[in-house]
Design a protein around this ligand. Structure first.
Ligand code: PLP
Length: 427
């Protein structure tokens, strides 16, 4: 444990050269130095403990510094650190592709590697656009949900519908038409809107976060409705891209949110929990007919897209170990426990006068407070500080408080998160 003079020192040093993401540095409070993490816990330099209630942007689902994953990565580092993935291949990538194919929807056939969530979406969009280009069809428009979030590179940003991120860049984005995410009662309405868009535009692909829109405030939509939209797109020759970067690997109660659908997406994007928070890596998987459209005697019909760190062996080793844990008895039991506990908590607080809505899906819990709040405004920051002062890392999205804990969180730690939310409602 170190004294607070040292903490201050780290904060001062941070402020000298660092520029943090999603931060207005003129008004933001100092970033908190974290020195250690284990399981569901984070520690600052003074030894104060925080429960990581959102698994650090839902990556560290098997717990921070998992011994099993650390061991796998260490062994990989000593064997083969890195080699380019163009012209070369390696066992970690091959083994990961084999394991993923057993888990992914049956129509998925090929795995393309990238290095983060945004680039997975970027590759997916480029795949869809080139798919039609290779077939000699003019397609220049994407379809996406209102309020979606798909990342911060230009293609991904175009598909995203959150103006707090995209405002200054709106003149530079790809062509996108938006539809509302369907609720059970609005399926027909959204379907006809979709049909109209496809009729009037040259649509290449429909990009969506399946079942849960994360950055929008953990908003859930109808699986039946999404299924109908996917079916409609496929019948009208529009590709479907499921961005499962948030929902993948068990968050919604099934391995992938696409598992709730009868009609499967052509392309799936994965990252975040893919590597358990240990390493940046992402995947864009696709069905055989997408891959086939790139096969030609003409070199230029291939997919000329690459990131230096594609299929990084260390990331692949982390992902393989993560998949072992995802399917382990302990994790399956913990997932079930968290899902049930969330459901009980929702019932308990749903009628509270300070709660506008409470909902859960799998291990995702969201509580909309009965107050209007800017996404990154002062009252939202106060809320964040309230949780942190009680030793819980929850990052409200505007007035939505959400919990997406690591699967290894203990019953007591989960209970403490609920208690702090209850305390907030009672103050
Ligand atoms: C986080 C996220 C992204 C972007 O991933 P990055 O690794 O931050 O670029 C894209 N889509 C969804 C649904 C996400 O949750």
């Amino acid at each position: 444990m170190k004294d607070s003079a040292q903490t201050k020192n780290l904060i001062q040093r941070d402020k000298k050269y660092l520029w943090h993401p999603l931060t207005q540095h003129k008004t933001a409070v100092d970033a908190l130095p974290i020195v250690k993490a284990k399981g569901a816990l984070l520690w600052d330099e003074n030894g104060k403990e925080y429960i990581d209630g959102i698994a650090s942007w839902y990556t560290a689902m098997y717990g921070h510094c998992s011994d099993y994953i650390v061991e796998a990565i260490t062994a990989q580092m000593k064997e083969l650190d890195f080699v380019m993935f163009s012209g070369f291949t390696h066992k970690p990538a091959i083994e990961l592709s084999e394991k993923l194919m057993k888990l992914l929807p049956k129509n998925q056939a090929k795995i393309f590697f990238n290095d983060n969530g945004s680039t997975a979406v970027e590759a997916a969009i480029k795949m869809a656009l080139q798919y039609y280009h290779n077939k000699g069809k003019k397609r220049d428009t994407l379809i996406a949900f209102e309020g979606g979030f798909h990342g911060d590179t230009f293609g991904a940003m175009s598909a995203s519908g959150l103006s707090s991120y995209n405002g200054p860049f709106e003149d530079f984005l790809l062509k996108v038409k938006r539809i509302p995410a369907p609720q059970d009662a609005t399926i027909d309405e959204v379907l006809s809107r979709l049909e109209e868009i496809i009729e009037k535009n040259n649509c290449a692909a429909f990009v969506f976060e399946p079942l849960a829109q994360g950055a929008a405030g953990m908003k859930f939509h109808s699986a039946k409705g999404l299924d109908a939209l996917v079916q409609k797109c496929k019948s009208l020759d529009v590709l479907c891209i499921a961005d499962e970067i948030m929902t993948g690997f068990g968050k919604t109660g099934k391995n992938f949110a696409s598992d709730y659908l009868e009609h499967k997406p052509d392309i799936i994007c994965l990252s975040k929990a893919l590597t358990a928070g240990m390493f940046p890596l992402s995947i864009t998987s696709c069905s055989q007919h997408i891959f086939n459209a790139f096969l030609s005697d003409k070199v230029a019909k291939g997919f000329f897209h690459a990131h230096t760190f594609s299929a990084h062996p260390i990331g692949c080793a982390a992902a393989i170990a993560g998949l072992d844990l995802l399917e382990s008895k302990t994790v399956l039991e913990r997932r079930k426990y968290i899902e049930d506990a969330h459901e009980r908590f929702v019932l308990k607080i749903k009628k509270h006068p300070k709660v506008e809505d409470a909902r859960s899906l799998g291990v995702i819990l969201a509580v909309d407070l009965n107050v209007k709040m800017d996404r990154y405004g002062k009252s939202r920051d106060k809320l964040y500080q309230f949780f942190m002062s009680r030793g819980v890392n929850l990052r409200p999205l505007g007035n939505t408080v959400y919990v997406l804990p690591p699967y290894v969180i203990t019953n007591e730690q989960l209970e403490k998160i609920y208690d702090v939310i209850l305390e907030l409602l009672e103050t």
